[in-house]
Write a protein that binds this ligand. Structure first.
Ligand code: ADP
Ligand code: MG
Ligand code: MG
Length: 253
């Protein structure tokens, strides 16, 4: 098992947000986490990323058998976890290229591999640029500085392709995500996924799942996964919205 989440509970400012999340993710799988606004999807992603403002109040998370919650955010990245918003900051004066050279070699060092020399690094860049249709001009600019929404997305997906994470968690919070950005994310995910890695896509847009076909769909509501299924569940949600799920939960409560 790549990722095991057992009864995970978390709070922010003393407010309980995650109330016992259970989730198992195997290599080779794509999971979608959906749910109405405010249900805790971004909180879950943030807790897995190790963002400080969230307090874990119970449960455990194992990544490749290791206690993920013990690791600092950058250690999680080195272990092979990628979160799209780990690097959303604008870094003036640091190009994507320089940023990635450091990040890629840190991951390699952690895996016991030699750092890439300049030539090999450039070769890898070229290969991945073609894969995600990234332009050289974008790479030469300071990281995220003045990037449009679509450019940020493409850059994010490019970073993911370069780092070859074992598990990528993409939180598609942006309500302004246009169809181009959706396609960029989807094609990146579809190219990354393989038998050795897994992807968790967090979204409340069924539309994204027209492009990414998930193996499993989970509905998060009020801090719990209240329903799991396959892509048919996403289609049902597209058709019927979330009200029937809320009703089921209230009836069962
Ligand atoms: P989702 O991503 O499903 O829309 P979130 O995880 O963003 O949901 O939010 C879940 C709940 O936690 C909401 O009630 C939200 O208001 C609250 N919350 C999330 N982040 C914070 C924060 N930084 N400070 C205070 N409350 C927060
Ligand atoms: Mg939200
Ligand atoms: Mg969110």
């Amino acid at each position: 098992m790549l990722l095991t989440i057992n009864n995970l509970q978390a709070s922010i400012d003393g407010m309980d947000i995650l109330k016992g999340i259970n989730l198992n993710v195997n290599a080779g799988e794509v999971h979608a986490i959906m749910g109405p606004n405010g249900s805790g999807k971004s909180t879950l992603a943030s807790v897995l990323a190790g963002r400080e403002e969230y307090e874990v109040t119970g449960g455990e998370v194992l990544f490749n058998g290791k206690d993920l919650l013990e690791l600092a955010p950058e250690e999680r990245a080195r272990e092979g976890l990628f979160l799209a918003f780990q690097y959303p900051v604008e870094i003036p004066g640091v190009s994507t290229t320089n940023f990635l050279k450091t990040a890629v070699n840190q991951v390699r060092e952690h895996r016991g591999l030699e750092p890439l020399d300049a030539v090999s690094f450039l070769r890898l860049m070229k290969e991945k640029m073609q894969l995600v249709e990234m332009s050289q001009a974008l790479l030469n600019r300071s990281l995220n500085e003045g990037f449009s929404g679509g450019e940020k997305k493409r850059n994010e997906i490019f970073q993911m392709a370069m780092l070859e994470p074992q598990l990528a968690i993409l939180d598609e919070t942006d309500s302004g995500l246009d169809i181009d950005a959706l396609r960029i994310v989807a094609s990146g995910v579809n190219k990354l996924k393989g038998k050795d890695n897994a992807v968790i896509v967090v979204t409340h847009y069924q539309r994204l799942l027209d492009y990414i076909v998930p193996d499993f769909v989970h509905v998060l509501y009020k801090g719990r996964i209240v329903k799991s299924g396959t892509k048919e569940l996403a289609m049902e949600l597209e058709e019927k919205g979330y009200d029937w799920i809320k009703a089921e939960v209230e009836a069962g409560a």
